[in-house]
Design a protein around this ligand. Structure first.
Ligand code: ATP
Ligand code: MG
Length: 405
């Protein structure tokens, strides 16, 4: 018994016309990207379904990738057969024999988009179930909560039979909502915010501030590796690193301690915004959660956000830390996020940052600095690296260390 294809049901496809076409085309191209190393697969798109023809490729390894792709509501591995009762019954029996375990309950559930087919859904449910009873021992039917549903779909071009209805990642295909930059640290929150942004169809590029020699190569590799985990949901993500040490040193030297954090954050946001514009992106995302720490009170957000009118979106703004952690575990970033490589903010964090900074004061202190020069020099050190799904960066570093010994 071998599945012949995968039938995909689209996600939140309330839109019509051109948007619908964009959704479907984008989904097809995202699916193609994550499955690029399976040469025998063929993707076909229709207005209400997408099909991946397996042509001998086993379902499981394809499924491991497919389940992460946004824009898929549900999907099923199916066997396609001719639209005759005999062929349907024979295939249904094969599939049941291969997957039904003793003691399970089951039912047959038919859908029909070909309304001219000689049998209606009730008749088909009944006839196929009867056929299975006559050819298998010990079957138990259960209409309300069966352990397994044999799905039968009668479409124009054939009959499709499956034993599985799987939940996809939901959301919208990455790219349908346009492009944004994501401020990615090495912490727990910003990877979760990245995931949530991508889930709404946003194509993100990571902006990461690092401060050599105060932060190690490991901190940078960690942020890249977090990006490679997130790239499993979207395909390649560009990683943009921005040197931040000179700005931090200058602020620390020249400004009162209570405003170190606020002014540092204002610089980060300014730089992120300039990079956003250069990269033709429309918005900035970050991992702030209201009230979590001093820099994330509403007063702080207002004082920091003062430097731009670009939308700054905060997907985890209203989530509790425990909820963010649960999500981080689910998406596979948590274990890496809690690795203790200090990032630039930990090192230059003032012991007593103001929880209610004033916008006027932040502006006034900042005006004592050569803002343009600092920004210009940081931008001169920007480096863009494409990061691919599952690529490793920390391991490579460990190997380099070993070579040096
Ligand atoms: P995270 O877990 O995402 O690090 P956090 O709760 O530790 O968040 P902060 O360190 O105060 O919070 O950072 C708040 C947000 O600012 C982060 O979620 C991220 O979006 C951005 N940010 C902080 N540090 C960096 C950095 N080094 N590079 C890029 N963005 C950063
Ligand atoms: Mg942090």
């Amino acid at each position: 018994m071998q599945y012949t294809e995968i039938m995909i049901r689209y996600g939140e496809l309330s839109t019509k016309g051109k948007n619908r076409k964009d959704f479907i085309n984008r989904l097809a191209s995202n699916v193609q990207k994550v499955l690029h190393d399976f040469p025998d697969l063929k993707i076909q798109t229709h207005h209400d379904r997408m099909h991946i023809l397996l042509d001998g490729t086993p379902f499981e390894p394809v499924n491991d990738r497919l389940k992460l792709v946004f824009g898929i509501q549900t999907y099923s591995p199916v066997i396609k057969t001719e639209k005759s009762l005999e062929a349907i019954e024979k295939t249904a029996l094969e599939l049941m024999q291969a997957t039904y375990k003793a003691g399970m309950t089951f039912k047959v559930n038919t859908r029909r988009s070909d309304h001219k087919f000689i049998y209606d859904t009730n008749q088909l449910n009944q006839m196929v179930a009867d056929y299975l009873y006559n050819h298998m021992e010990g079957l138990q039917a259960e209409m309300k909560h069966p352990d397994m549903v044999l799905l039968l779909e009668i479409r124009q071009d054939g009959a499709y039979i499956s034993n599985q209805l799987l939940h996809g990642a939901g959301g919208m295909p990455v790219g349908t909502a346009g492009k944004a930059v994501m401020m990615l640290s090495g912490g727990i929150d910003s990877p979760v915010a990245s995931y949530l942004a991508m889930k709404r169809g946003v194509n993100i590029e990571m902006v990461h501030f690092f401060s050599p020699p105060y932060t190690s190569e490991k901190a940078l590799a960690k942020a890249k590796e977090l990006t490679s985990i997130l790239a499993k949901y979207s395909g390649r993500i560009n990683f943009i690193e921005v040197p931040f040490a000179e700005i931090q040193e200058t602020i620390k030297e020249k400004l009162p301690e209570g405003y170190l954090m606020t002014v540092q954050r204002r610089f980060m946001l300014r730089l992120a915004d300039i990079i956003r514009e250069k990269r033709h992106a429309l918005a900035i995302f970050n991992g702030e959660s209201v009230g979590q720490v001093a820099s994330q009170t509403l007063e702080s957000m207002a004082a920091i956000n003062d430097v731009t009118t670009t939308p700054v979106l905060r997907p985890v703004a209203t989530m509790d830390k425990t909820e963010i952690i649960a999500k981080a575990e689910e998406i596979g970033t948590f274990d890496l996020s809690i690795q203790p490589f200090e990032d630039c903010c930990t090192i230059f964090a003032p012991p007593r940052p103001k929880t209610k900074p004033k916008i006027d004061k932040a502006r006034e202190y900042e005006s004592r600095l050569d803002v343009d020069g600092l920004i210009e020099r940081a931008l001169a050190g920007v480096k863009v690296t494409p990061v691919y799904p599952g690529q490793s960066f920390l391991d490579d570093l460990a190997e380099e260390d070993a070579d040096l010994l």
